[in-house]
Design a protein around this ligand. Structure first.
Ligand SMILES: C[S@@+](CC[C@H](N)C(=O)[O-])C[C@H]1O[C@@H](n2cnc3c(N)ncnc32)[C@H](O)[C@@H]1O
Length: 193
């Protein structure tokens, strides 16, 4: 069942700010630096699409499987598409983003990354936690974290750690990697590279 966090965009943003603190601003600065003005940006698994507020002079398209997020964006006048990226190709863009969402596709995360790279005319910017509450040694914390991130579709309870995430980034030719307290944020080549 879809978790409370994913049923209310405002609750979602509050939880994210609490969990990420300074790492969220670091992620957003890195993403903004890799989105040239005039680009079409496709934000896959966009959630509430918070990153769009950091991007200037772009066409932003949010993509998510959740009708709650897609409908909220559409009501706010933001282009938004509902699809399941585990099975369907997202629309093409100059830059494709996948922020804090890749773990949901384990153990087939590589197939999703390939799909995003094919959709990206320039590059993909990928941000993914290498430290997760869902991997905590404390069983209660672990259970709460896993329950809180249930998007309401088939989704993995597995998570990346530093070595497995770095290995995936290497397999996809990561050009630049920023490490924050919470995440690795990387630029992967798109289809033209
Ligand atoms: C942890 S949130 C990340 C949201 C946003 N990228 C951010 O950083 O704030 C994960 C998002 O992925 C979406 N999602 C989960 N499975 C999906 C799928 N198969 N296809 C498209 N979106 C999916 C969820 O609905 C949720 O909005």
């Amino acid at each position: 069942m879809t978790s409370l966090v994913y049923r209310h965009p405002r609750v979602y943003r509050g939880v994210l700010a609490l969990l990420y603190r300074d790492a969220l601003a670091q992620r957003e600065r890195f993403v903004a630096a890799h989105v040239p003005p005039g680009s079409t940006v496709v934000d896959v698994c966009c959630g509430d699409g918070g990153i769009r507020r950091r991007l200037r002079g772009v066409r932003y398209v949010g993509v998510d499987v959740s009708p709650v997020f897609v409908d909220a964006l559409a009501r706010a006048g933001v282009e938004a598409v509902r699809l399941d990226v585990a099975r369907e190709d997202p629309p093409e863009g100059d830059v494709v983003l996948l922020l804090g969402a890749l773990y949901q596709f384990l153990p087939d995360a590589d197939a999703v990354v390939e799909r995003l790279r094919r959709a990206a005319r320039r590059h993909v910017v990928l941000a993914e936690p290498h430290r997760n509450l869902a991997q905590s040694r404390n069983p209660l914390l672990r259970a709460i974290a896993r329950r809180a991130t249930d998007p309401g579709v088939a989704s993995s309870t597995a998570r990346f750690d530093g070595p497995t995430l770095r290995a995936l980034l290497e397999r996809h030719g990561a050009r630049e990697v920023l490490e924050t307290r919470k995440e690795l944020v990387a630029v992967l080549p798109g289809r033209a590279s």
